[in-house]
Design a protein around this ligand. Structure first.
Ligand code: PMP
Length: 398
């Protein structure tokens, strides 16, 4: 039965994760993972999350099934985060939101919906992108191509090249875009570039699929969702995958949401019903615990305000590390473009380290980075930063 299974490697992040766990050196440091750790190197238990969890447990409710699409307060709260309180689209009834199994589940159900509507379409993802994008859309039956994105020269986005590649896609193609805090590079489009891209996508008949896994980690909750809001205002149809894994530090609880924006309420009802059928056929119902926590935080003004504050503290801590890393590395190696780390956003940065340098970093300095040169800046803190800087310096010196 199983003999015909093709051996295939796990993706590079998972492989490094296993190698890190197997590494017995006491000083090992993992900058390869995608998890935010605080100033003490711990995955935080956010204050508002702890309070919501306490309230939820005190209620002592039975552990019954949750609606396929999640509860209405949860879905409304997700829409308010994405579109902004009082946004016209909230009352237009043309956006359907379904609770999902993390951001990954939102991408997966969104891909399944699109596979029913546009079988055989091309899906374009950024070069580079989060490993799972390609796999998720390939599994759903699409042909996945890449559009140019990152410029190694500037450490930012090569927008003209990206735009030109998108212009060459056939109408009806699906374009996966990181709304903010691009993973793995940290390079985001500027507000002006988004303002150009949104009408351009519509003009070309391309279907936007926004992935927003780091809302609040870039500039702030509102600015990070600006691309979602521009698309909503444009009146076009699009998909959004939200993840609450990082922003609530609830990774293993698997909380996310898929939002599909249709042209009118009748179309919204049709696509929502299709998405619900697809959920029913995949895992039937979403999780209760994590979503209940997110719902309590987002629907209680005081808890929400505290969450926004703590999310801001996480963001500012990463920014501080970015500044220190960029300044120090730039001073030591002015020709290596390390300054870009400062302008990059979110949890990750493309440092420009070569695969050989990343191997050296791991083998000689016990610091794990992806071989693409991606590091998780959110794992750097005041206790380990000097070690990280010396290790990168050592790896680069050759
Ligand atoms: N999209 C991107 C860009 C991500 O980086 C991640 C998480 N690494 C996800 C989606 C998936 O999020 P989740 O863990 O909530 O499934």
């Amino acid at each position: 039965l199983f003999a015909g299974i093709q051996d295939a490697p796990l993706d590079p992040i998972m492989r490094l994760f296993e190698a890190f766990n197997a590494d017995t050196r006491p000083g090992k440091l993992n900058l390869a993972i995608g998890v935010y750790t605080d100033a003490e190197g711990k995955v935080p238990r956010l204050r508002a999350v702890q309070e919501a969890e306490k309230r939820w447990i005190e209620k002592g409710l039975p552990k019954t099934y949750r609606p396929i699409e999640g509860t209405k307060p949860f879905r409304d709260a997700v829409q308010a985060l994405l579109f902004g309180d009082g946004a016209p689209i909230l009352s237009q009834n043309r956006a359907a939101t379904l609770q999902s199994v993390g951001g990954t589940g939102a991408l997966k159900i969104g891909a399944d919906v699109l596979a029913k509507l546009r079988p055989g379409a091309t899906v374009a993802v950024s070069d580079p992108t989060w490993e799972n994008h390609r796999a998720l859309f390939t599994q759903a039956g699409f042909t996945v191509t890449e559009y140019p994105y990152f410029s190694a020269d500037t450490g930012g986005v090569d927008y003209p090249a990206m735009r030109a590649a998108l212009a060459a896609l056939p109408a009806g193609s699906i374009v996966v875009l990181h709304a903010c805090c691009h993973n793995p590079t940290g390079a985001d489009l500027t507000a002006e570039e988004w303002a150009d891209l949104v009408p351009f996508l519509r003009e070309k008949g391309l279907i936007p699929f926004l992935d927003i896994a780091y809302q609040g980690f870039g500039i702030d909750l509102d600015a990070d969702a600006a691309p979602v809001r521009l698309l909503a205002e444009s009146g076009q149809e699009f998909f959004v995958a939200s993840s609450f894994s990082k922003s609530f530090s609830l990774y293993g609880e698997r909380v996310g949401a898929l939002t599909v924006v249709a042209s009118d309420p009748a179309m919204r009802a049709k696509v929502e019903a299709l998405a619900k059928r697809l959920v029913r056929w995949s895992y039937s119902n979403p999780v209760t615990h994590g979503a209940a926590i997110v719902e309590i935080v987002l629907t209680d003004p005081a808890l929400k305000a505290d969450w926004v504050k703590e999310l801001g503290e996480m963001r500012e801590r990463i920014k501080e590390m970015r500044v220190r890393m960029a300044d120090s590395l730039h001073q030591r190696h002015p020709d290596r473009g390390f300054e870009a780390i400062k302008a990059q956003k979110g949890m990750f940065s493309y440092t420009g380290l070569s695969p050989e340098e990343a191997v050296k970093l791991r083998e000689e300095h016990e610091v794990y980075a992806l071989e693409t040169g991606r590091i998780c800046v959110a794992a750097v803190n005041t206790h380990n930063i000097d070690r990280v800087l010396d290790a990168i310096d050592g790896a680069v010196k050759g």
